[in-house]
Write a protein that binds this ligand. Structure first.
Ligand SMILES: NC(=O)c1ccc[n+]([C@@H]2O[C@H](COP(=O)([O-])OP(=O)(O)OC[C@H]3O[C@@H](n4cnc5c(N)ncnc54)[C@H](O)[C@@H]3O)[C@@H](O)[C@H]2O)c1
Length: 415
């Protein structure tokens, strides 16, 4: 079996390696020639894929910038970005570009699966017509399906093999073909009746998270006002063995998925004159969270008689979540911008992010930065950082992640 993967990022690279490890020949196509060059030297940009694993599959894995190589594949999986454009409408240009390139080499009996997160109808209404420019008909000459990716970068307890994979095909034959493909790398493949059901299932998963995070973030602000420890409340509620699922408050939502995907559904719903109020409200609350964090930092400094202007603020953790280097939509960026607007001198330490070009900053040495700071703010908690030491070494600490629970100290403020 020969599998083609378009887009070798957080989603595409782990899939490429999984298929190669299962014995398939894999052709990975990426538009980024530097990434392709690194992959050819078995250098991985994705934390979950160690370079050792790339070296082991090297005989069966070819990275290229040329879509022409996809013509010889039995199946092609599209794993390109689906960001938002300026007015928060879906930007499908990456899907359109890769589909256009694929249609030029598409051949009879191939299976094409879209993995990128998107609104219901994309596979049928947007992808299908572009692929059919090849002169081949979907469902008759080639198979077409949608299967959303559930990968959670940095996570080790659930893998591609153990995470059930949802698949919806344009026809029953398309579905069966896609199910058979994914069964090579995944123990539990869940077939649904249409690509639309699979597309919407993925959005439901992410909207569920976004709404629940917004709920605890709002509760955190209320707790702040009522002087109740929100972490203690969440901890206590989480002891209920049924009917409750734990979500933690924090500095706001980041990453490629949660701040973006819900708006894909809101966009499509407008076509049906349907306002998605939960989505909008959750987005509004989560986007406000960095502003609340800055207010909290401001108050903490005020309590020790310091203004934000001229204070040295150390941000601990620039990535959007612990254990990864991914900076996309990271709330730490927003917090830094807001602090700078107030005149703060911002520095950061992040063991995963060496520099942030858009801020003109690079990660400082932890102890030196703690000593130089007026306040250290735990925005993203990485497993490598000793937060007890942070509380001991910094003059003032504001913790937005709850990692200092159990530590009592005069210089410590928690969300
Ligand atoms: N990152 C996650 O945790 C995650 C989880 C589930 C689903 N998703 C979804 O999967 C999709 C991909 O996300 P990602 O995080 O892997 O993105 P990414 O940015 O890490 O990787 C995408 C890759 O596609 C390449 N690319 C762009 N246009 C191309 C083209 N025309 N031809 C070939 N390569 C092209 C880019 O160079 C990049 O390497 C998105 O729709 C995302 O919403 C992401």
């Amino acid at each position: 079996m020969k599998v083609g993967i378009i887009g070798l990022g957080y989603v595409g690279l782990p899939l490429a390696v999984a298929f190669a490890e299962a014995g398939a020949d894999v052709v990975g196509v990426d538009a980024d020639s530097r990434k392709v060059e690194r992959l050819r030297r078995s250098k991985s940009d994705v934390e979950d894929i160690a370079s050792d694993r790339l070296r082991e599959v090297a005989p069966r894995f070819t990275a290229t910038t040329e879509h022409e190589h996809l013509g010889g594949c039995d199946a092609v999986l599209i794993c390109v970005p689906t960001p938002l454009a300026n007015q928060r409408e879906p930007d499908l240009s990456y899907i359109v570009d890769s589909a256009t390139a694929l249609s030029g080499v598409l051949r009879k009996d191939q299976l094409v699966v879209l993995e990128s997160t998107t609104y219901p109808g994309t596979t049928r209404e947007r992808l299908r017509p572009i692929l059919e420019e090849s002169g081949l008909a979907a469902g008759r000459d080639f198979h077409l399906a949608f299967s959303p990716e559930r990968i959670d970068p940095g996570r080790t307890d659930h893998t591609i093999r153990t995470t059930p994979k949802v698949v919806g095909g344009l026809t029953d034959a398309c579905r069966d073909r896609a199910v058979a493909l994914y069964e090579v790398v995944c123990d539990d493949v869940v077939a649904v009746s249409t690509p639309e059901a699979a597309e919407l299932a993925k959005l439901l998963e992410n909207i569920f998270r976004s709404v629940n995070i917004a709920l605890v973030n709002e509760l955190a602000i209320l707790c702040d006002r009522m002087a109740i420890d929100v972490w203690e409340v969440v901890e206590a509620a989480s002891t209920k063995p049924f009917g409750f699922m734990r979500f933690d408050p924090g500095p706001g939502m980041g990453g490629h998925c949660l701040p973006v995907d819900p708006f894909y559904l809101a966009f499509k719903a407008r076509e049906y004159d349907f306002p998605t109020e939960f989505i909008e409200l959750a987005g509004k609350i989560n986007q406000n969270q960095p502003h609340f964090c800055v207010e909290k930092i401001q108050r903490a400094l005020n309590d020790v008689a310091k203004p934000v202007k001229g204070s040295r603020v150390l941000i601990l953790g620039m990535a959007y979540k612990g254990g990864v280097a991914d900076m996309r939509e990271s709330p730490a960026l927003k917090i830094t911008h807001l602090l700078r607007e107030l005149g703060a001198d911002v520095a950061y330490h992040d063991p995963h992010v060496a520099e942030v070009a858009e801020l003109g900053l690079s990660s400082g040495e932890l102890d030196a930065e703690l000593r130089a700071s007026d306040v250290a703010c735990i925005v993203t908690a990485h497993p490598e950082v000793d937060y007890r030491h942070v509380v001991e070494a910094a003059p003032l600490v504001v913790d937005f992640r709850g990692v200092t629970q159990g530590i009592e100290a005069e210089n410590l403020v928690r969300l």
